[in-house]
Design a protein around this ligand. Structure first.
Ligand code: AMP
Length: 195
């Protein structure tokens, strides 16, 4: 069983690493940002509500976010484990995730904190704006997203650290090197693919 969470500032490389780790461990990567973007693109009711928040770099309200995660982690492919990317992002969401998992007799195993300095993440996000054209990758919105991360999400790390489940990983450098660092740190905690 591997129930992991990736946490880090926007642009720290969570999405990229989430895909690689999910593949290595044969578990689904669950990204609330991707789920919201899918809904925005397909103009669903959820997408229409979420879009206004996302375009400003603000968090989507918990009333729209929590049920979505509850449904997703309860699906069959997540029974053996999952990697959460981008949820929880607030203290209330931590409480919500704890209760969703507790209902299933489960808990998080490891929180992988990806670090990267601000100049680097702004540079990466501006590049991604050119490559992918994400509406929330314009400079003022990027700055707001970083602010919101510092205010609302960075404090979660100490909550998980007090449970002794955080591994801190330097997110700078080649993608494959960062993956290797994460895999080593997970192995040191007894989490290896195929076990
Ligand atoms: P991400 O791709 O994880 O950076 O998410 C993109 C955007 O989706 C965020 O800036 C938020 O507007 C929204 N979002 C994703 N996950 C959450 C969450 N757990 N809580 C609230 N909003 C979220």
């Amino acid at each position: 069983m591997s129930r992991f969470l990736l946490i880090g500032a926007p642009g720290a490389g969570k999405g990229t690493q989430a895909e690689r780790l999910a593949q290595t461990f044969s578990i689904p990567a669950i990204s609330t940002g991707d789920i919201f973007r899918f809904n925005v693109k397909n103009e669903t009711a959820l997408g229409k509500q979420a879009k206004a928040f996302m375009d400003r770099g603000e968090y989507v309200p918990d009333s729209l976010t929590n049920d979505l995660v509850r449904d997703r982690v309860s699906q069959a492919d997540a029974v053996e484990g999952f990697l959460l990317d981008g949820f929880p992002r607030t203290g209330d969401q931590v409480v919500e995730l704890d209760s969703i998992l507790a209902e299933q007799g489960k808990s998080l195993d490891v929180v992988i904190q990806l670090t990267a300095d601000t100049d680097e993440v702004v540079r990466r996000l501006l590049n991604r704006a050119i490559e992918q054209g994400r509406a929330d990758d314009t400079e003022p919105v990027i700055r707001r997203r970083l602010e919101v991360y510092e205010e609302q999400t960075a404090p979660l790390i100490s909550i998980y650290a007090s449970r002794g489940i955080v591994i801190m990983i330097d997110g700078l450098g080649e993608v494959a090197d960062v993956t290797e660092r994460i895999l080593e740190a997970l192995a040191a905690r007894g989490f290896e693919p195929g076990l």
